[in-house]
Design a protein around this ligand. Structure first.
Ligand code: UD1
Ligand code: UDP
Length: 359
């Protein structure tokens, strides 16, 4: 049973779903609706031509405990109905924690894709989720050796495999089609431009940090293209900051984009400013190869920093702007390989599943 609940989970599970289909391995596809707007959920299922989920739910709430509780109840019903051999989850969202606990309580083994990431920052809800899920998983698919070492240090009980991250597979599988199909560049009035995203709770739910971020975008030395996450849009509206950003000539705000449009923007921008996890990884794909300023205090993807793609710049306006200037003035050649794998992670994961359950 493949469980997804948010935009990045659909994108990162897509290559696994395709690998299962290719080998005719039966699976149940579940979407538990932590993300519920069409542009944050179903749009990706359609665009990436994934099968319709066998089970759909819309949890739709802001309280983490209610969200996790409701998803657990939904998953319990779904697991009882389908009796899967394993529940496969990806990443570190509340959907992932809830699904893994529900599976454990039904004595169904859990497989964790993207296991072993650690920011060591307990302000992040994602750090709670990933730590807990790793300790109740039977199969742990670590994207890198670094992630495997994190798991080893914590003495997790499950079996660890280093597979690469399926997001690199996803970029490889979708970029050619994205370049052919996307019309997004017709909407971009700047050349060059920097691509921005921000949605982390510890950033956008903190008014001071939010203000620092938007001022940095407004004063950026390169104009900004910003497809905005609904969480951030709500915070800007609540705090009377929305008009300030919309009226700024240096910033173009877009709605959350489909994957093809977003891939094209990553390819065409000069650099990326983000607090996203997945985007830090995608920027290292040989098909993207872009520098990333990580607007956070820590990263659970140090591999991107070590390889020279990413720099953790914090959330202060001056630091973000000075890092952007430095990038423009000192352009460096970036590696032609990704530290997150060779694009065959999904095939490896499915081979391991096949050997575990069908050998
Ligand atoms: C969640 C994940 C985060 C992941 C991100 C991917 C957790 C704790 N967080 O953050 O790890 O990086 O998804 O984007 O699981 N909202 C909408 N429409 C939607 C979805 C969200 O309006 O379709 C708004 C709602 O006000 C909601 C808020 O965004 O309350 C937060 O949504 P939630 O799913 O709780 O967390 P994200 O910030 O999306
Ligand atoms: N993404 C997208 N459209 C957007 C913004 C992001 O398709 O407007 C994709 C992006 O390419 C990456 C994933 O969504 O694959 C990252 O999602 P997000 O940043 O919301 O979550 P995180 O990776 O931080 O958990």
């Amino acid at each position: 049973m493949i469980v997804t609940g948010t935009r990045p989970e659909i994108i990162k599970m897509a290559p696994i779903i395709r690998a299962l289909q290719k080998r005719s391995i039966p699976f149940t596809f579940v979407y538990c609706g932590q993300h519920y707007d069409y542009v944050m959920s179903q749009k990706f299922i359609h665009e990436l031509q994934l099968p319709n989920p066998h089970c759909l739910y819309k949890v739709q709430t802001a309280s983490p405990s209610i969200q996790i509780g409701r998803i657990m109840c939904f998953l319990e019903r779904t697991i009882k109905r389908y009796r899967p051999k394993m529940v496969l989850v990806e990443g570190d969202t509340n959907s992932v924690l809830a699904s893994a606990v529900a599976a454990l309580k039904q004595n169904i083994p859990v497989g964790h894709v993207e296991a072993g990431l650690r920011s060591f920052d307990l302000r992040m809800p994602e750090e709670h989720n990933r730590r807990l899920v790793d300790h109740i998983s039977t199969l742990l698919f670590a994207p890198t050796k670094h992630a495997k070492n994190n798991l080893r240090r914590e003495n997790v009980w499950g079996k660890i495999y280093v597979t690469g991250n399926t997001v690199i597979d996803a970029v490889n599988q979708h970029m050619p089609l994205a370049i052919r199909k996307s019309r997004i560049m017709e909407k971009i009035r700047y050349n060059p431009f920097a691509l921005v995203t921000a949605h982390r709770a510890e950033n956008v739910d903190d008014l001071n940090t939010l203000k620092n971020l938007i001022e940095a975008y407004m004063e950026s030395p390169v104009p900004i293209v910003y497809p905005m996450h609904p969480r951030t849009r709500k915070r800007l509206l609540q705090n009377g900051l929305w008009n300030k950003l919309v009226d700024c000539e240096n910033v173009t705000i877009l709605p959350p984009l489909g994957y093809f449009d977003f891939l094209v923007l990553m390819k065409k921008c000069v650099f990326i400013i983000t607090d996203s996890g997945g985007i830090q990884e995608e920027a290292t794909s040989p098909l993207v190869r872009k520098p990333v300023l990580v607007t956070r205090l820590s990263t659970e993807r140090p591999e991107a920093v070590k390889a020279g793609f990413a720099k953790v710049v914090g959330t202060k306006k001056e630091d973000i702007i000075s890092a952007a200037n430095e990038l423009l003035n000192n352009r460096k050649d970036l590696p032609t390989f990704s530290p997150f794998g060779d694009g065959k992670a999904a095939e490896r994961i499915v081979s391991i599943l096949e050997n575990s359950f069908y050998a």
